[in-house]
Design a protein around this ligand. Structure first.
Ligand SMILES: [Ca+2]
Ligand SMILES: [Ca+2]
Length: 186
């Protein structure tokens, strides 16, 4: 009697094994696929913003939340019209940088030497940036009137908080900040 070779070799339990194998392969593909780095462009001085990140309005707070939600290193740039010096008045503390990120103030149109983007902490208080992810960069921003330090590095290594303003790539910290930086590595 002729038997279908597939039926002959697989038996009753085989389909379940095939499903299990397929599920394992699918999960391996998910694990092995690297997350895509995204560049978020802040185009508004508003805070907190409407909570929706799009071309109409992307606030710094929305960009940090989105970068945190997307696994892996992301870049936050600035293009606040019409370019030149702009102030972001924070109404509350920014979210911690809980996933590695590059926050690059040199990208604001018109930048040449000194930071153009000022982040005003006179209402928000505390630290400007709390970096808990490590492997993050903050450059060319003026962090003004925070009651705490400019950048709190609370966890992880590999952070670069550029402070050399003479190269135009530094973070300009004003005297009102209690300390330029505070580090607590765990
Ligand atoms: Ca928005
Ligand atoms: Ca991210």
């Amino acid at each position: 009697m002729k038997t279908d070779p597939i039926t002959l070799h697989l038996g009753n339990r085989a389909p379940r094994r095939i499903y299990r194998l397929a599920a394992t392969i699918a999960s391996l593909l998910l694990v092995c696929t690297p997350a895509s780095a995204v560049t978020f462009v802040v185009n508004s001085t508003a805070d907190p913003g409407d909570g929706v990140l799009n071309a109409l309005e992307c606030t710094l707070r929305e960009a940090i939340n989105a970068a945190n939600a997307n696994p892996g290193l992301d870049v936050i740039q600035f293009a606040i019209a019409p370019g030149g010096a702009q102030t972001i008045q924070l109404l509350s503390a920014l979210p911690s940088i809980a996933d590695p990120a590059v926050i690059d103030g040199t990208t604001q149109p018109g930048f040449s030497a000194a930071p153009l983007i000022e982040i005003d902490g006179s209402i928000a208080g505390g630290a400007a940036f709390r970096i808990t992810a490590g492997a993050s960069t903050v450059r060319a921003l003026s962090l003004n009137q925070f009651s705490g330090c400019g950048a709190a590095l609370e966890n992880g290594d590999g952070n670069l908080v550029a402070t050399d303003v003479t190269t135009g790539s530094g973070v300009l910290l004003v005297p009102s900040a209690a300390a330029a930086m505070w580090t607590e590595s765990r």
